[in-house]
Design a protein. Structure first.
Length: 381
């Protein structure tokens, strides 16, 4: 995985290359950002650049043995840890990342390092509710592997994808080695939700914040993927919100049915809220709770988007609103109910509900509280 293989992020790629060239390699780094920003791919490209013996022009060569092995996630000095689980796990059974390494390598190669946690869990066939995790026994394995000398590269690298899925026991076990690693040992943590990591882990790592991909980059990507209409490509880039995975769903039309379902749920919630239909809101919450957790989080993301767009219509800045069709018609009528007094509390309520769902909170309780809280904030302004 070369930097050149990654969509966008040119400034960050240059910065990462310059730190390696200058010998400023922190022993513990935390790459933060959504999967669709290319966070995992950037972390692997960084390791490949660090280990490449013929790097030039700010990128690895892609041809030497180290580059080829790292691109295949098969280098003997690159160790991988990621959340795993399986259906029908027996009580006390220990499951480690190494057992699922072939599947992880395959998915990484197919998606060029850009895939969501849910896509990984789907590959593991975990169903709607079961999620992956990094157990305490995995932390023991991390320490054991890093105790050996490196085989070929200058650095031994431990790349942990989604460290926020570690339980507290596992996280505590790696604290000492994070603070005082063996010589020429590199920790790369790749996190979507660094706020869920222990403060003691955050304090021991240097953060590399991976930003959203620029809209103009996504617009070019949409055109390259076959979107013929430049205006449609621009709208897709805006709707993707800096996320390459979401852009792929939009281009393929995969998000259309789900977006319509989310829109209908949003309209129902807001109509019930401004009409003070509290009993019906409880029924609405029960309906939302039937969605899968990923669909629930997707709905909350769409709800935040529609609220922001409604606020822009209310503020009279329609020219930067990217709505059309049913969404534009509804939000135009709904805009008087969203203003400076309630937009921030509404978005905060959405973020709180999303965090609780991600932490396996009871969805019926979460959405009941969410719906009743929203109903108090929706009023004609």
């Amino acid at each position: 995985m070369r930097f050149a293989d990654i969509t966008g992020q040119d400034n960050l790629k240059r910065h990462l290359a310059q730190t390696v060239d200058a010998g400023r390699v922190s022993h513990a780094q935390l790459f933060t950002g959504a999967s669709g920003f290319g966070t995992l791919a950037l972390a692997v490209a960084y390791v490949q650049y660090l280990c490449c013996r013929h790097r030039h022009n700010g990128d690895s060569c892609g041809e030497c043995p180290d580059c080829r092995q790292i691109e295949a996630l098969a280098h003997p000095d690159l160790h991988l840890v990621f959340p795993v689980n399986k259906q029908g796990k027996k009580s006390g059974e220990v499951i480690r990342s190494d057992e699922f390494l072939p599947q992880f390598r395959t998915l990484f190669a197919e998606r060029r390092g850009c895939f969501s946690p849910q896509e990984w869990y789907d590959r593991l066939d975990l169903g709607k509710t079961l999620k992956g995790m990094i157990a305490a026994r995995e932390a023991d394995e991390i320490i054991r592997k890093l105790s050996f000398k490196s085989f070929e590269a200058d650095y031994k690298t431990m790349l942990v994808w989604l460290p926020e899925t570690m339980n507290e026991e596992a996280a505590n076990k790696i604290l000492k080695i994070l603070e005082e690693p063996w010589e020429r040992t590199l920790f790369i943590l790749v996190s979507e939700h660094p706020d869920r990591l222990l403060p003691t882990i955050l304090s021991r790592t240097q953060e590399v914040c991976v930003p959203r991909i620029a809209p103009e980059v996504l617009e070019r990507e949409a055109l390259a993927r076959g979107v013929a209409d430049p205006l449609q490509a621009r709208n897709m880039a805006r709707l993707a919100d800096g996320d390459l995975l979401e852009l792929g769903h939009l281009v393929a039309g995969e998000s259309d049915a789900q977006r319509k379902e989310h829109f209908d749920l949003f309209c129902s919630l807001m109509r019930l809220s401004y009409n003070d239909k509290h009993l019906e809101l409880v029924t609405w919450a029960e309906e939302a709770a039937q969605l899968s957790r990923e669909q629930q989080r997707g709905f909350l993301r769409d709800a935040a988007r529609l609220l922001r767009e409604s606020y822009m219509l209310h503020a009279g800045i329609r020219e930067i609103s990217y709505l059309w069709g049913e969404e534009l018609a509804f939000c135009t009528k709904f805009a008087p109910f969203v203003g400076s007094q309630n937009i921030e509390p509404l978005i905060a309520e959405i973020e709180s509900a999303s965090a609780q769902i991600a932490q396996n909170g009871n969805p019926t309780i979460v959405f009941t509280h969410f719906a009743l809280s929203v109903s108090k904030m929706i009023k004609h302004l």
